[in-house]
Write a protein that binds this ligand. Structure first.
Ligand code: TXA
Ligand code: MG
Length: 326
């Protein structure tokens, strides 16, 4: 199969491909997603083949507007409806994914057999236009080969999936750069299953104003085992390039480490970036930098996690996973 590179002028062609059961990658504000129609079970299953993704790792359903939720979720109880409405008003469309009870029409291929479904409302105009043109929600995992860093450009998608999918819609570089914050609003207390650019503090401002107890992280303490469902995706290794990923606590330490891992690419505070062997580190740039390391044949990526970086829970989550061995 030849993978076509389409621009935002070709939304109707991309929608036509999706309606014919093909897979099309598209930009969102977080990372590129690999889209299929949520109600096309054959296409949904092909996503797992194209990515090499374990079938028990469920997909996020992407909706264009709030009313679309009725077709993918069963009716919400009063408590869930209240927090859903409040979080939607505060953060949607945007980089927030909410776990809801699944509609009977949603197949196990989407949810990995769970009784819940993950729903998100992307803000990117190309994503919104595509969902509207197709006329129904799209499932979309990040459009990378499973285990590799998520794509933040159309070229990253082609690198991983060329020949395996019908098309990729090019919308330039993703603004956020890391995946959405995933929250379970069915649990008590409310839980954060995957940290993202929408922070615990921002979520708690909404929860507290609505009279809820604060959000907790799903993996805090082993005592929280009863908080279900966990995010199945979190057990897999993620975001890792072929080069070894090594953490340093200061620039000085990174230079020491670099001597033993030649050639090494250093990711550090933008103030130190020199465009060749030291690249600027941020949510927006992390995945592209990890891919650059492989493209340019670096043996190691040394990431300087100074205090500012350590305070960014979402970024540290991705860095730690990238650094854990396969
Ligand atoms: O920003 C994003 O969320 C991107 C863009 C494309 O929208 N998508 C994305 O999808 O990151 P993916 O498939 O790479 O990650 C989905 C995460 C996984 O960790 C998965 O386990 C979790 O969401 N998830 C999906 N459905 C779930 C459910 N019903 N319960 C708990 N976790 C769920
Ligand atoms: Mg992913």
């Amino acid at each position: 199969m030849t993978t076509r590179l389409l621009t935002s002028e070709h939304i109707s062609e991309a929608a036509h491909l999706l309606r014919s059961g093909e897979l099309v990658a598209f930009p969102t504000e977080t990372v590129y997603g690999l889209g299929a129609r949520v109600f096309d079970e054959r296409a949904v299953k092909r996503i797992f083949l194209a990515k090499g993704r374990p079938s028990d790792n469920p997909l996020i359903v992407h909706c264009a507007e709030k009313a679309d939720v009725k077709s993918v979720s069963s009716p919400l109880d009063a408590r869930t409806q209240q927090i859903f409405d409040a979080l939607y008003a505060a953060f949607c469309p945007g980089a927030l994914t909410m776990i809801l009870p699944k509609h009977p029409n949603i197949t196990d291929a989407v949810t990995g057999g769970l009784s819940s479904v993950a729903v998100r409302f992307p803000e990117h105009p190309v994503a919104q236009a595509l969902i509207r043109a197709v006329g129904e929600p799209l499932v979309a995992p990040s459009a990378n080969r499973s285990g590799y860093p998520s794509p933040t450009t159309a070229q990253h998608v082609l690198h991983d999936l060329e020949g395996r999918i019908a098309a990729v819609l090019d919308g330039g570089s993703c603004e956020v750069g890391i995946e959405s914050t995933v929250v379970n609003i069915l649990s008590d207390p409310l839980t954060i299953l995957r940290p993202g650019s929408i922070t615990q503090e921002q979520l708690n401002a909404v929860a507290l104003a609505q009279g809820f107890t604060p959000f907790v992280y799903a993996d805090v303490g082993k005592d929280n085992q009863m908080i279900a469902p966990q995010s199945p995706g979190m057990k897999y290794r993620h975001y890792a390039p072929d080069a070894a990923v090594i953490l340093a606590s200061s620039l000085q330490e990174s230079f020491e480490l670099a001597k033993n891992h030649h050639p090494a690419l250093i990711l550090a505070d933008a103030a130190f970036a020199n465009g060749t062997s030291i690249l600027a580190l941020s949510e927006q740039s992390l995945y592209a930098a990890l891919r650059t390391a492989d493209e340019q044949g670096f043996r190691a990526v040394i990431i300087v996690c100074d205090e500012t970086i350590q305070q960014n829970i979402a970024l540290m989550n991705r860095i730690t996973k990238a650094a854990s061995r396969r």
